[in-house]
Design a protein around this ligand. Sequence first.
Ligand code: KIV
Ligand code: ZN
Length: 537
Amino acid sequence: MAITTEAQNTVIFFDTTLRDGEQSPGATLSSAEKLEIARQLSRLGVDVIEAGFPAASPDDLKAVQRIAQEVGTADGPVICGLARAVEGDILTCWEGVKDAAKPRIHTFLGTSDIHLQYQTGMTRQQALEVIRKSVTLARSLCDDVEFSPMDAGRTDPEFLIQVCALAVECGATTLNIPDTVGYVTPQEWYETIENLIQETPGAGPGSGIIWSVHCHNDLGLATANTLAGVRAGARQVEVTINGIGERAGNTSLEEVVMALHTRPQYYGLHTNINTREIMKTSRMVSNYTGMHVQPNKAVVGSNAFAHEAGIHQDGVLKHSSTYEIMTPESVGLAQSQLVLGKHSGRHALKVRLQELGYSVEGDALNQVFARFKELADAKKTVTDADLEALIADEFHGPEEIFSLEDIQVTCGTMGMPTATVKLRNAKDEEFIHAAVGTGPVDAAFRSIDGIINAPNTLTEYSVHSVTEGIDALGEVTVRISTPEGNQMFGGYGADSDVIVASVKAYLAAVNRMLAVIGYDDQQPEGDVAAIGVKSEH
Ligand code: KIV
Ligand code: ZN
């Protein structure tokens, strides 16, 4: 059954972190990570999860199917899959979502003259024919069908109305209007959406059709444009956690939700989002995708509730409303800063992890308990953020083609920074390699490169501490690209030793790259053979 917005005062949150978000360069997620994010999105209260693009690959299809089966329960969210407006995609999409209690097919076609001329080579008439066939097919399979005229922001307004009217006539229940390239401005977008709602035959107020907006952030206007669309009458917003997505990203879920919640008099609209789950979801997505959240990011950045100027601190101490328009608690921050310490046992850890949304049992629990004890010895109190970082580090990464056994570095002012790394491959063979570099991290990465024949360019390296204090856990995210620069891969690592965290992050990124481009497990000749030592078993 398609969702309706009863009194037209509820905004439907359609989360596309697992589809458009995963299209962020370097943000590839494993199926297990997608499933766990989907579960967290359900706890967050999103109404629709766009779980992926089933026709993109057999793995994408399987990931969507699992989410449909395990998260798409009767009281859970709608599970949606994306499909190009072609028969094969739509049939595969249905295979992906059909096991959900509330499945949706989302199909799209570029409708701007630019897309028609340069991408699909279709005339407007041909595009209309394709839309007719694809929406009709989707609706024959599924009661809940969303249609998107891609690049609507640059589509001729008259043609856009024609396209939307046709999609409704063929059975679409949601009309999503995308500003695919982040081109429009808020007032303009307000007028576009208002005009579409008024002028599209069969889709006006009372028709039951849900109007939706999907904005990209190329000019930094995604949230403003989305809210303008809502003011004009859109009742579905397409968003991602932390605003990740193609190029400069999509609209951030957390920004739109908190705008609606913080300004109820202005918007007068309700959402089903449990805002207290926002921080947890943000950290999970950031850890799994390796896409670090900038400190000054609205709502979820580490500085979002930090006050630096004396006058601000003075005001907040007297009354938080002086400089805070929402409370940290309302987005799930500072709910329990002090969690566990070195005297806490396995049971307390398990319960806390469950409260954080992670179900960890058996060997996995033993593993995380051992890491927790080490950390608690080093830093007295272990916070939720520490636990989330440990979980991400321990269990979430790509399939390990190579895993880290040991790392040893020497560095300082008296010699050349040198690192020795020992890795193990899937055949249980060990490889040791030593290298010098400009610093210990560089030397460690070169040691890995000496063992694994996977040329790449390091495009980003960032390290930050999970909590405050000298004993804090260090989190490292890296991004690498293939030498041609056409594919990017991210990696994440956490450890109280930042060199170890760096090596884990780099290795995770390299493993991701190898999983995609394939790996010839012939070790390189020459240098490596000379320096690398294959240890005896
Ligand atoms: O940006 C876009 O146009 C999209 C569509 C597939 C909705 O992501
Ligand atoms: Zn998009």
